[in-house]
Design a protein around this ligand. Sequence first.
Ligand SMILES: [Zn+2]
Length: 361
Amino acid sequence: MKRTTPFTFWLLAAALLLVACSGSQTGTQPPADGNPAGSGIYADDVFMIVGTTTQAYDLLTILTDGVEGIEIIPLMGAGIDPHLYQPTESDIAAMNEADMVVYSGLFLEGQFDTVFEALREQGVVIYAMSKPVKEGGFTIGGFDLSEELVDVDDPHFWFDPRNWELTITDLAETLSEVDPDHAGIYTANGEVYTSQMELLFDWANQSMRSVDEGQRYLVTSHDAFQYFGAAFGWEMTAIQGLSTEDEAGVGDIQGVVDFILQNQIPVVFVESSIPPDTIEAVIEAVRAAGGEVRIGLREMYSDAMGEPGTFGGTYIGMLAENVYTVLQSYDCAGAAATIADWPVELSPQPPADLLTADCGS
Ligand SMILES: [Zn+2]
């Protein structure tokens, strides 16, 4: 994939301006410094929030549960790659109409920058879920080989539930500032959900560390799992860099093949939002070199969660399903792993078919 040309950015900006000029602005505009005035968001009867990614939509839905007159609009669905996703005309119209836009940040939504800038100028509250993680000093520094992004932070911060906990608390506070009438609900929802994160972290940590330290290597298509690895004691390697905009070259594939052979890594994983061809090329090359490697039992969720209404369509289910998928795949490949019992207070419960693995032939 080629990087977006400036021309596309200008087109987007122009589309946004058009919508801005033609649309009727009914919601109160908070001051541009991001400090919302607080009272007028229901002037048009609806507090409208746009969430860019599946993670944003999920968190907004949980934090606003029980608030009347709120509308959460998702932009990207399951299986969508946010690095490459271009906002459509209707996305731009929705964001333009919204009182607030919640996005992931750290350049995850690589094609949205111009749009966010224009929205901010209009007074829409723009909230980056990565903000409290960055401010707390918990981001992992990354490097990006593309020309425009050098020394950027790794955007995949949500894969450590302790980071997500920071986001939950901070977003609940921000919602309370924007909509003080419902501050009690946002705060209470946030408190319940952060305690769920602690249970999730403990369960995942205990499970992931059951594998021998010398075997804790995870190979995926793109570099989305550094936080996941750092949280649970695994070393990560990926074919593509932090953004799927970095094309995988022959050298990248060979480097990963060598790494797999050297460390006798038994499994490699396809991600749900990325085409499987680079991983397939790696498997072929490892086998050609006499190595033994198999593909993960299921795709992993990296930048997009699963379909709404499924276990993997929730943040907790998405992270847990990744843990099940990694550990069951390793177990099937002969690297012993013990998955801890699911905590009864942690919801949703994993579906029965996730609890047992069919190793196949
Ligand atoms: Zn990514």
